[in-house]
Design a protein around this ligand. Structure first.
Ligand code: FAD
Length: 522
């Protein structure tokens, strides 16, 4: 059951200053929006489902859920709320797959737009995912489409997007509103660096097409824009030829410096792997049994016999794409690249899987966790971007002291290049050429003790506290801030642009209230 303590605090904050807040309900929505002619419909029965998310720690009940049957439904709804003006407390939140961590796609007493309904409506009208080949291959996808469906469609044409997230059951509009980062980002940048065009419904209810050349300010604003400037109803995403297979490799290190030096060496090389990530393994023995189960190394005997002896280990995870007739060349290239690395020599594990199987790997784990009732538990995740210059200091404290003997989920750690990120977008990153994505992906299956939200939050707070007090220069990714003061600090010098864009595209602050950046104008 989601804890609502945090959310209650938020509602109290909203009511501060002696203003009595009227939380709209079904009657208000019918009175305000009932006259709209829609291709889809409003629903009041699934409000509770729209008040849940993957984080499972925040539940804000909307007044209604819009199941749009067309882009004009989204535009008409937002336009009507805009016309109601400051006297109406109604807000509008696009909901992708609801995989936010702390209510970011929710709207207390507002309207949640179920973007997957729009994707389904587009599919029914044969306007869903459209793939274009040629010299600059790309795909046009509805904002509410899941990336896994985009992949299935593009693979039919032998093509695939270039930049991914680790998990594909997320929506196009949802990840583009954050950044979309995975092991391809070192080469192609995050997903927001791989978009050619967007169709957006702004906070005034206007439908605008934008790109690098046309309406570029809105285009860059919306990329990584946390849903603040408009609802992405369509995205044009760059594609590349898709390989059939990948060699998926894991090697272990016991020394953090060697591990990160090798990671950085790999991301700096022209000729290198196609995917480069890494993770931290804290104080576990027989650790290979705990690796994500979709990875089945070809030498399982050796793998299960490897003991970490309680040490912190660092796992470098790599892939090399290949087609069946290129297996020999792939073997040679992998051999040459691995020979330059300094991992513990007995810890080379690999497996060959289809490209689809690799990209959809986390879904395999999801199904297993769901079967055990461990997917819909609270997820007090913490995602940090740490500059290269401080990552060693960070690791020494965090892996050596704070998390010495406990963590409740994977800890990702891998470097990316700043040059592949476009600083015209709204994404906030550290001010350094190379920075690391460090993700503490904790689950909290129990209500007390080591498996509780409280325990995980205590550790998260210690980590953030350390960063803040020791000049680590960290930025949070998928940041769960709850006050404008925190957001201003997060954006730093870029706050002015962010705020100016908000006034331009959503002047009444109708959109994405769950990010808690701008209160609805009253
Ligand atoms: P939601 O959570 O529904 O929405 C996210 C925010 O965007 C909300 O504020 C919402 O109002 C807004 N929004 C949603 N749709 C639109 C739209 N069409 N237009 C405008 N605003 C919109 N992220 C990574 O970068 N890399 C990873 O490897 C990665 N792995 C993940 C693995 C798992 C298991 C999970 C649960 C999440 C992972 N994420 C990762 C985080 C992911 O990017 C976020 O959860 C993101 O919010 C996408 O989820 P969603 O599509 O469900 O969007």
């Amino acid at each position: 059951k989601p804890s609502i303590v945090h959310c209650l605090k938020l509602l109290m904050l909203l009511a501060l200053g002696g203003v009595t807040m009227h939380v709209p309900d079904e009657d208000d929505v019918v009175a305000s929006l009932g006259a709209l002619r829609l291709d889809g419909h409003f629903s009041f029965d699934d409000a509770h489902a729209a008040a849940r998310d993957f984080g499972n720690r925040c539940s804000l009940l909307p007044a209604a859920v819009l199941h749009p049957g067309s882009v004009s439904d989204v535009a008409a709804t937002v336009r009507r709320v805009f016309q109601l003006g400051r006297s109406s407390p109604l807000t509008v939140a696009a909901r992708g797959h609801g995989h936010s961590l702390l209510g970011q796609s929710q709207a207390a007493g507002g309207i949640v737009v179920k973007m997957e309904s729009l994707a389904a409506a587009a599919a029914a009208a044969a306007r869903a995912v459209r793939v274009h080949g040629g010299a600059s291959p790309h795909v046009d996808a509805p904002g509410g489409e899941l990336w896994i469906n985009v992949l299935h469609e593009t693979l039919k044409h032998g093509l695939a997007p270039r930049s991914w997230t680790d998990y594909l059951h997320l929506t196009v509009g949802g990840t583009l509103s954050n950044a979309g980062v995975s092991g391809q980002a070192f080469r192609h940048g995050p997903q927001v660096s791989n978009v050619n065009q967007l169709e957006i419904v702004t906070g005034r209810g206007e439908v605008v097409t934008c790109s690098h050349e046309v309406n570029s300010d809105l285009f860059y604003a919306a990329l990584g824009g946390l849903g603040q400037f408009g609802i992405i109803t369509r995205a044009r995403i760059a594609l590349e030829p898709a390989p059939k297979m990948v060699r998926w490799i894991r090697v272990l290190y016991s020394d953090f410096e060697t591990f990160t030096e090798d990671q950085e060496k790999l991301i700096a090389s022209e000729k290198t792997f196609d995917y480069i990530e890494g993770f931290v393994i804290i104080n576990r023995t027989g650790i290979l049994n705990n690796w994500r189960t979709s990875f089945k190394p070809q030498d399982p005997v050796q793998a299960s016999q490897f003991q970490s002896d309680g040490r912190v280990l660092y796992c470098l995870e790599l892939t090399m794409n290949f087609n069946h007739d290129e297996a020999d060349i792939m073997e040679q290239e992998v051999g040459a690249l691995l020979s330059r690395l300094r991992y513990i020599s007995s810890t080379l594990f690999y497996t060959d899987v289809t490209y689809l199987g690799f990209l959809d790997r986390v879904h395999t784990s999801e199904l297993k966790l769901r079967a055990q009732g461990l997917w819909e538990v609270p997820h007090p995740w913490l995602n940090l971007l740490i500059p290269r210059s401080t990552v060693h200091k960070f690791a020494k404290e965090v892996f050596g002291k704070i998390l010495k003997d406990s963590n409740n989920g994977p800890i990702l750690l891998y470097p990316v290049n700043r040059t592949k990120w476009d600083n015209r977008t709204s994404v906030v990153i550290p001010d350094e050429e190379i920075f690391y994505l460090v993700g503490f992906l904790s689950s909290a299956p129990s209500s007390s003790g080591h498996g509780s939200v409280e325990h995980a939050m205590n550790l998260n707070n210690k980590i953030v506290d350390f960063c803040e007090k020791n000049g680590v220069g960290m930025k949070q990714y998928l940041a769960p801030y709850t006050t404008q003061k925190q957001w201003k600090a997060h954006f730093g010098a870029r706050w002015e642009t962010f705020e100016r864009r908000k006034h331009t595209y959503d002047p009444l602050a109708i959109l994405a209230p769950g990010q808690r950046i701008f209160p609805k104008a009253s």
